[in-house]
Design a binder for this molecule. Sequence first.
Ligand code: ADP
Length: 259
Amino acid sequence: MSKIISAIQVKNFSLYYENHKIIEDVSIDIPQNQITAIIGPSGCGKSTFLKSLNRITELEGKVKTEGTIEFFGQNIYGRRVNLNRLRRQISTVYAKPNLFPLSIYDNVAYGVKLIGWNPKTELDKIIQLALKSANIWEEVKNKLHKSALELSYGQQIRLCIARALAVKPQILLIDELCAGLDPLATSKIEELIECLRSELTIIFVSHNIQQVSQLSDFTAVFNYNEHQIGQLSEFSATKKLISHSFEHGHRDYAYTRFR
Ligand code: ADP
């Protein structure tokens, strides 16, 4: 079996918003080119942890942190970190699509243009590749210059994924994968995640235990500690976690534990 390399190493990490501790003493190694799911009850800090991985938390409030988070050996909380670069390398896709009121093409081109100038033919290729990788090319190839906001909800999410992929991230963070989507749109996004498995490290938050067991290689379980602060309570291979839960003789054991 090939050795698993850590893409992200979190050591004794705590995060406060305005001196209020939200997550405490989290230590975890996120494996490269694997899919890691984050599960746990509402409000226990799953999204906050995800946002800590590319410092999006700092866009949302006054943040203080303790401990370290290393991305391939670089402390992302170091003083010299270029945040724009970090957020391109570790890119977030939100549950609610956040497209710009621009064309499909311009939405995907947006981040690429911010990084630098690309000749039109090269940009066309980048856009096409990103849309193909996000499993949406066939649906939009004849209307690239139409408004992105005319697409269905599920298509908009896949377009957000295309936009994230266009800048070639190494890690994709997905908050609340497929929340509020119908079964068909959900299965399209799940297929897409499967396809991206070999190219990227993916970390997603989900409340859907079936989805977690089907898609993820590893699962991080967050929960509250005795002071009602979020903490990592378990991290292991998803198969192991699920079979262990069933060995305990509770059909719904895993489910109740993950909610
Ligand atoms: P989960 O994703 O597990 O539902 P969150 O990470 O969204 O939990 O929230 C964890 C806690 O952090 C909640 O108590 C929430 O109110 C608080 N929180 C989240 N974002 C902020 C913020 N920007 N400022 C202050 N508190 C926040």
